[in-house]
Write a new protein. Structure first.
Lengths: 127, 834
């Protein structure tokens, strides 16, 4: 683990101009599922959408009941355009992984982070 | 004739079924050499119409095939040459004439012989059996000098034999039956009475309740002596007291046979030697000898298919029959004898015309169970269809046997209630299914369309009104029909998906989605399919963790604040003080809130995700297992203390509850499952509010099913009364697996039953009477579940890859979620309000 933290530190310092944060290795995140990473005091949910060959990152907090849970939610798609989405495990509120909009009719939305994959490593761009 | 490169199939027995087997196999494949051994001197002949031999038909007329048939089809036929020995090691058979014939597959179609009861004097001259053309020839010669004859046995074959005696010109013919009625297997006593009257009109004298004590006579038969000290003078006697399977060769070869005869076979008709099959009346399938020709033919088909590598099984056969006995129509179908309280009976009797009709219907009047027709059996086919297709009965079921009697419109339930394979257009052989199918898939929506695509109605045109009704009916049905699909990604109901997954041996979600779905799935279909996969294959659910609901994914129940609760299994609510102490210690160590649940277990709340593996490690070390409180699966089987301590207890309810809970633990089902076992009628375990409830009685147990508490409480309904433990488990196996297989997602057993057409009566029929013929499969599926059960938590903590998933931060696994907050409450903690 300390190895990862070290690497983490290196990336943070070298890639600071691009605001890239080394979150984890690609195989740390289960296939077609999510995991949570800690960036300073922020919790970020990362989703490994293996079926589509895509990666997404969002805030981990579900705005509905303020629960740190989105990373434990199920992902999937909806509609003709196959909009990628995640469902909160608490009350199954769903959010678009592309826009962060709530897809189950509520007003709130979640924050989206760009993800970069390089040599088996997952980087998240922080503004 | 015998080609070297082909495999040999040797058939022992050249009766109707053995012949049919040859016919079936040559239609499927020419990769086999067929070698038939028959002990009779002639080619296979129609034994069903044997009595016509006295009616002018010759042996050649009765023959199943033309003389050159065997030769044309390259079948080697050895007549008058019975097989004496089977050498299973070398795979050869030895015949009486000394032929040594190797085989790859051996089919025993040895049939049956007449059963001759052990009565003094059976060896006397003038006593016959009625089985083969040889028997008939002997009878024929002897009958020339006989004036008085009798048949012993008033069953189907006995009456046929009586007909033969009449045809032979015996002036005075008697039928002697041991039972109080004729044809006891097919006909009830009222029907028998009517049949008896009819037969007496035809100069047959019927004696019921007659038990023969001796065949009297000096060398040849002169009279029959009965147990009631009466005698009947006779010149000849035909014994037709039942059949005996010809299993002696099989027994000699070490194949397993039943205690009362018959070669034991499985659903592929394989004997205890997988290369040897048995078909027809010599085969014993599930304690049953099938003494009719139709099931024998079906067996022939199953074996032929299996040898040709096709999947086909024999699961028993409908023994409904219709025949003309000495000019009288007799039919018996479905459950002909069922009486109250199992069902209700409607009887019509006309002694003037000699007509008797009986139908048995379910208690709710919805379904036809079976019946008996004598004197007029025209309705046999439609009634049998009504039983077999479980067609809902019209409001006045008596119309089925009386016809509609004016006033209201047609008594039948209309064309839409016809089965799919009902022939609508007989000119072009078009079934109802083909017409409705064309309408449903959009190919046709008018009569002209139907004529074009199915040709129905293009012949004589007589079916056109029916076709029109079917078109409108189907369109109406489709208009109101909402298909019960699970979500936007799968156009199937749960049951359909389960069948698809099972048939196609699908083991993972992605393959299911690729084959049967579209898009990328969602939070509805993923857990639904995860549940189906677990129910069908019982594989470890964590192998596909991301299709599980959060609770199943982390094998714990997510609670307010994002912590989890932990419920170890405490079967039957019984726990040792040592185990109680361990639970207390674990709760203290991990700062967990503890509470007794409604299901007699202990719930530990407030566990951090990352603490779960360590908590479970300690619990498992102390002998606990997962309680599956997080899963759609068996929760608890609640019990009262029962006869071990309670002064009222009739049975040991705790032990039974533990046994049942251990049996079904881990079973994934459409919704959670709860059970209860009470030791007496006081019902302290509240078993009648559970998905299954068992209540002890003086004689055994009463089994209740489909109850629940919850928002819409519903009492469980009685499924079976005073059954023993083994039967109770058997019914539970079938019931639970039937529910697992057929319920919609997230449907409790009570709702499932409420939606079921025919309700508890139908369910009883499926579970107890095996009306769908799936009981064995359901039991096998449950045995598979029981044998493959593993504790998921044990598997999870022993697997480092799975264990790694129980971390809140993957880039800081030791750190707990800092946002989790607890508030104090009565010396424990609670989650902070949201």
């Amino acid at each position: 683990m300390s190895e990862i933290l070290e690497l983490n530190h290196q990336i943070e310092t070298t890639a600071v101009s691009e605001n890239l944060f080394f979150a984890c290795y690609t195989d740390d995140v289960p296939q077609n599922g999510g995991a949570c990473v800690k960036y300073k005091d922020t919790q970020i949910a990362i989703f490994n959408f293996t079926r589509r060959g895509e990666w997404y990152a969002t805030q981990n907090l579900c705005p509905h009941k303020q629960q740190m849970a989105l990373s434990r939610g199920m992902i999937g798609s909806t509609g003709h355009d196959c909009e990628p989405k995640v469902a909160c495990p608490f009350h199954k509120k769903t959010f678009s992984l592309k826009s962060g909009d709530c897809l189950s009719g509520d007003d709130y939305s979640i924050k989206i982070y760009p993800v970069l994959i390089e040599e088996g490593k997952v980087y998240i761009r922080i503004d | 004739m015998v080609a070297k490169n082909k495999k040999n199939i040797v058939i022992i027995g050249n009766g109707m079924v053995g012949y049919k087997f040859c016919e079936k196999i040559i239609a499927k494949s020419d990769n086999f050499n067929l070698i038939v051994f028959g002990e009779e001197p002639r080619r296979a002949y129609d034994r069903v119409h044997l009595s016509e031999y006295f009616n002018g038909k010759t042996a050649e007329d009765l023959s199943m095939s033309p003389a050159n048939w065997y030769q044309e089809n390259h079948i080697t036929l050895h007549l008058s040459d019975p097989v004496l020995e089977i050498n299973r090691q070398n795979k050869t058979v030895h015949s009486q004439k000394g032929i040594l014939q190797p085989y790859d597959y051996l089919v025993l179609a040895t049939g049956s012989s007449a059963f001759v009861p052990n009565i003094p004097g059976v060896e006397k001259e003038g006593v016959f059996v009625y089985r083969t053309i040889e028997d008939l020839e002997l009878m024929k010669n002897y009958a020339l000098k006989a004036k008085k004859g009798a048949v012993m046995g008033g069953g189907l074959l006995g009456l046929e034999a009586a007909k033969a005696l009449l045809d032979l010109g015996i002036a005075e013919t008697h039928v002697i039956e041991f039972a109080p009625r004729l044809m006891p297997r097919q006909v009830d006593s009222a029907g028998s009475k009517l049949l008896q009257n009819k037969l007496q009109e035809l100069d047959l004298q019927i004696h019921l309740n007659k038990s023969t004590s001796e065949i009297v006579g000096d060398g040849k038969i002169e009279a029959l002596a009965f147990n009631d000290d009466t005698q009947l003078e006779l010149d000849m006697l035909v014994i037709s007291a039942g059949i005996r399977p010809r299993d002696e060769l099989a027994k000699l070869s070490g194949l397993e046979v039943g205690t009362r005869g018959g070669i034991l076979v499985n659903e592929k008709l394989q004997t205890s030697d997988p290369n040897i099959f048995a078909i027809g009346e010599c085969a014993l399938y599930k304690d049953m000898i099938y003494g009719l020709v139709a099931p024998g033919y079906e067996m022939a088909e199953v074996v032929a298919a299996n040898i040709c590598q096709q999947e086909k099984y024999f699961y028993g056969f409908d023994m409904s029959t219709k025949l003309k006995l000495i000019g009288v129509d007799v039919a018996s179908f479905g459950e002909a004898f069922i009486t109250e309280p199992e069902g209700r009976t409607i009887v019509f009797e006309d002694t003037h015309k000699g007509i008797y009709k009986r139908i048995n219907i379910t208690n709710d009047g919805k379904y036809l169970l079976g019946g008996i027709l004598i004197g007029d059996a025209d309705a046999y086919n439609i009634l049998l269809q009504t039983v077999n297709n479980k067609i809902i009965l019209p409001p006045n079921p008596e119309d089925l046997i009386l016809g509609s009697r004016g006033g209201e419109t047609d008594g039948g339930a209309g064309v839409m209630s016809l089965p799919d394979d009902a022939l609508i257009c007989s000119c072009e052989a078009v079934t109802k299914g083909m017409i409705c199918g064309a309408v449903s898939d959009g190919t046709a929506n008018s009569l002209d369309d139907i004529k074009k695509c199915t040709k129905a109605g293009t012949g004589c045109g007589g079916c056109v009104p029916l076709v029109k009704d079917l078109i409108t009916g189907t369109m109406q049905e489709n208009g109101v029909y909402i298909k019960n699909v699970i979500c936007e990604h799968f156009d199937y109901s749960r049951q359909e998906l389960l069948d698809l997954i099972k048939l196609n041996k699908i083991k993972d979600y992605d393959t299911a989605l690729d084959h049967f779905g579209k898009g990328d799935g969602c939070e509805v279909c993923k857990p639904a399919i995860a549940n189906i996969l677990a129910g069908v294959w019982n594989d470890l659910i964590l192998k596909q963790d991301t299709i599980q609901d959060s609770n199943d994914r982390f094998l714990a129940n997510i609670q307010k604040g994002g912590t989890y609760s932990v419920v170890p299994r405490i079967p039957g609510g019984e726990i040792t003080p040592e185990k109680l102490i361990v639970i207390g210690q674990v709760a203290q160590k991990y700062n967990l809130y503890t509470k007794i649940t409604g299901g007699q277990r202990i719930d530990l709340f407030g566990a951090h995700l990352s603490d779960l593996p360590a908590i479970w490690e300690e619990l498992i070390d102390a002998g606990f297992e997962s309680g599956h409180a997080y899963g759609k699966s068996l929760r608890t089987v609640k019990s009262c203390v029962g006869s071990t301590w309670c002064r009222f207890g009739l049975q040991d309810s705790v032990s039974f509850a533990i046994e049942v809970e251990d049996r079904y633990k881990g079973l994934r089902s459409p919704h959670k499952l709860k059970g209860g076992v009470s030791g007496c009628i006081r019902e302290c375990a509240e078993a009648q509010s559970k998905d299954f409830g068992i209540i002890a009685t003086e004689k055994g147990y009463n089994l209740y099913v489909c109850g629940n508490g919850g928002s819409k409480p519903q009492h469980a309904l009685l499924l079976a009364t005073d059954i023993d433990k083994e039967t109770c488990i058997k019914y539970l196996d079938r019931f639970l697996m039937f529910y697992v297989r057929t319920a919609d997602p997230l449907t409790r057993t009570a709702t499932w039953l409420n939606k079921m057409e025919g309700g508890i009566t139908y369910l009883k029929n499926v579970i107890i009477n095996d009306s769908l013929g799936i009981a064995e499969e359901l039991e096998a599926a449950m045995h598979y579940h029981v044998n493959t059960y593993t504790c998921e938590w044990k598997a999870a903590i022993e697997n480092p890859e799975m264990r790694k998933r129980f971390a809140h931060f993957i880039n800081a696994p030791e750190e707990k979620d800092p946002t989790v907050k607890f508030a104090p409450m009565r010396e424990q903690v609670k989650a902070e309000a949201w």
